[in-house]
Write a protein that binds this ligand. Structure first.
Ligand SMILES: Nc1ncnc2c1ncn2[C@@H]1O[C@H](COP(=O)(O)OP(=O)(O)OP(=O)(O)O)[C@@H](O)[C@H]1O
Length: 271
């Protein structure tokens, strides 16, 4: 199923933070959302998993406005890894992942063998099978992140909406997660801060800047030194990755772009 975001405007208490965003997450592709802090990535994703209602514009799931689907129906199609956390605190890892099966159940029905299989597979996929009986709150940040991803996988959705899924993960678990997303071939809309990871795994990228999509396309077309300077305020060269051939952004960690786009650091040097 594809997602179409049409002329989306989203505001908090009257302050517009996403204005006129348009993008498509194509069926079976990984669509990446990148942009500086506060550019509106989480806000845009929240409208897709129905945590926020847009002021104007629409989110279409396979051509239908997601606001017109029942919550259970949309939860069977769209699973999210949000930044905000729910109330999974006193549960075991297995119970947290089993919550992903809720949209498929009538009230007061328990898990059947098929549900248990799906939960076990989801836990194995994120490398957390051995932790099934542990309390969720006793896990590290990265382990929790992997369990919450397993919950999204257990929902068996057509569309995955992932807000910074590699947060807290060590590099090996980042690589494994991104490889898993590629292997699943679900429609995936994902925000990522790691631009090199985004350039490697995403079929298409959308760059958000101050609530507006300022560039869209395959990573090789979108990721340029000019965009790195204008949108992110950093100096960078874009080269071919020596192992994969993907675009590799080599950042200049010694100095920001000298065009006034990094005011905090400039203020430091001026002082
Ligand atoms: N719950 C909220 N209430 C009010 N303002 C909010 C809320 N959440 C986000 N904002 C504001 O909306 C703007 C966009 O924030 P958002 O979290 O969508 O950005 P982001 O691109 O995901 O940022 P980051 O990369 O830092 O996670 C920011 O100015 C932020 O301060």
């Amino acid at each position: 199923m594809r997602i179409d975001i049409e002329d989306l405007h989203v505001a908090y208490a009257g302050r517009t933070v996403v204005s006129g965003a348009r993008l498509v997450a194509a069926e079976g592709e990984i669509t990446g959302l990148v942009g500086p802090n506060g550019s509106g990535k989480s806000t845009l994703l929240r409208t897709v998993y129905r945590h926020l209602r847009p002021v104007a514009g629409r989110v279409l799931l396979a051509g239908s406005d997601i606001r017109e689907l029942s919550p259970a129906r949309s939860a069977r199609h769209v699973a999210a890894l949000p930044q905000e956390r729910g109330s999974e605190f006193e549960l075991t890892v297995r119970e947290v992942v089993a919550m992903g099966r809720t949209p498929y159940k009538r009230a007061f029905t328990g898990d059947d063998a098929a549900d248990r299989d799906i939960v076990a597979r989801a836990l194995a996929d994120v490398g957390m099978a051995d932790a099934a009986g542990r309390r969720f709150t006793a896990l590290s940040g990265g382990e929790r992140q992997r369990v919450l991803l397993a919950r999204a996988f257990a929902q068996d959705p057509d569309v995955l909406v992932l807000d910074e899924p590699t947060n807290h993960l060590d590099v090996r678990h980042q690589v494994e997660l991104l490889a898993l997303l590629r292997a699943q071939r679900r429609t995936t809309l994902v925000s990522l801060h790691d631009l090199n990871a985004a350039a490697s795994v995403c079929d298409r990228l959308h760059v958000l800047h101050a609530g507006t999509v300022v560039a869209s396309g395959p990573p090789r077309e979108v990721i340029t030194p000019g965009l790195m300077a204008e949108v992110f305020g950093v100096r960078a060269a874009v080269v071919d990755h020596p192992l994969t051939g993907d675009p590799l952004i080599a950042f200049d960690h010694r100095a920001p772009a000298g065009d006034g786009t990094a005011p905090a650091l400039e203020a430091n040097t001026a002082g």
